[in-house]
Design a protein. Sequence first.
Lengths: 292, 358
Amino acid sequence: MTGLSPCRRGLFALTAVFVSCFAASVVVGDGRGERIVSVGGSVTEIIYALGQQDRLVGRDTTSVYPVQVNTLPDVGYMRRLSPEGLLSVNPDMIIAIEGAGPDETIDVLDAAQIRFETIPEGYTRAAVGEKIRAVGAALGEDEAADTLAEKVDAEIASAVDAAQATAGNQRVLFVLSAKGSKIMAGGTGTAADGIISMAGGVNAIDQFEGYKTLTDEAVTRAAPDVILMMKSRGAPTGSDRDLYAHPAISTTPAGRNKALVRIDGVHLLGFGPRTGSAVTELAAAIKAAGNS
Amino acid sequence: MTDTATVQAVEPAPVDRHQQARRTTLRLTLLLIATSVLSLASGASGTSLWSALGDLIAGRELALVDKVILFDIRLPRLIEGILVGAALAVSGAVMQGLFRNPLADPGIVGVSAGAGLGAISAIVLAGLLPFALRDLMGSHLVSLAAFLGGWGTTLLLYRVSTRNRQTSVATMLLAGIALGALSGALSGILVYMADDDQLRDLTFWGMGSLAGATWSKVFAAGPIILLALTVTPFLARGLNGLALGEAAAAHIGIPVQRMKNTAILSVAAATGAAVAISGGIGFVGIVVPHLLRLANGPDHRTLLPNAALLGATLLLGADMLSRSIIAPAELPIGIVTATLGAPVFLWILMRRMPGMRL
């Protein structure tokens, strides 16, 4: 059977042409996106914001907002999508945030002639607009996407202006997870870094890119005024008391003043249509925590 | 390991274990065929093997999606599952025979640790490669690095423990622990350097999966695994003799050193290729040979082929579970093999405890 595979591939291609010519099947070929799987929390939010949620038939594990989306079948974690899992919801298009995969799955979707649209990820004001327009283009809703992008951009602009006006340049340490004594913090180029600077704060970490585990000395040297964490959806990942008890954290201004802010991670780091309100919420929280 | 005389002394009614093992082979073959059909017929999507077969027989065209699901997803996945399951189980049986230690598994020759290091290096350091090369290799980069890492580590270990053309199994065991620790430390450094996405990728890699099965992976790893597996039956007599001890085995005319070379190299090739395409799938290499020894005794002439059959069947079964429990999403298969395999194995050990000899 092994030798037959190239022939089969050829056959698939022929069948595809056949099917699309005669439009014998509504399932494959036209790619208009009437049955969409959305991969990536912010992509899903944008689809909802554009009012196109009725075209969704599936979502990935990271798509949890708005709550109605949770009733759709979950096809798995965005970086570990299984080809048959995706095909099982019978999609004609997949809209996925950059980094979704693995490549093997995308190759199989290609073979099945399923449209796969990749949306660029980014953590700046401009990137949010690009994302919305890219999703809109994939959906064939360019005008609505333009309107939404402008509205979201205006919201972000006013939120950022308001935040910068009252900002005290406080140093913010984003802690992704604190398990035991290991503190994993957000460096440059992360969503956390982007939202902190938009909210008028200063990321306390500028020596490395991405999320990394900090040594105790690095925590002390970062000297954050405020610690920012994600509000967990299930059981808390670590209590506030444990964090303050951490020897390195306790030496920092944030540790001494117990200035800890927890914000819903999907809202805070999504860089979707709700970015403006995320900036406002974070700016207010930093200010309140810094004054305490 | 027990020789035939003691077995017959312990058991009241002596049975012909060879005959029994042959019957097991037949049963396992049938079981593997049934599991394979079931595996082709089941999946998250509604694609039905039976209606597809009906269509093919009636000369109707299959829908493209059904074709892709059957021939580009389920079929390569089935073949990969059989290859990987057989490779891991046979490698485990060979290692346990060679080291005369029931706890030996392919990891003992450093192949798992080395493959892990290779995979982690590829995941974390791929960005340092020239873009053209990375683009060319695509998703195969991790597999290739894992295979080279596993194979390289085994060769190094073999060099370290071979003096005057004599491989010391004891040195190999100890050096294997040292090399394992070193690979672990190097992996640790890379994990420290990794960003959030890479961390997730390598966590999932460590849990293993057949979800990424493609024809290209089957074509790349298949020949290596098949070649290694066809060599192992020639080791069976030697491994049986080795149960008496190395000196005794040499005295009864077994070419001990040549056998060690073949065993180590074929295990490294089979396991290296299996781990490279499917990630870390634990437990199969230990459990399968044990189950078979408990059922049919330690004769490698039947143990090795039976291990291949049972290993393949178990992995296919675990894979079916892994893709149906939380469908349409999937659980990594390594989680399934461990959570189901470990308690079953414990139960069998406890039940057999009084008369058990490994």
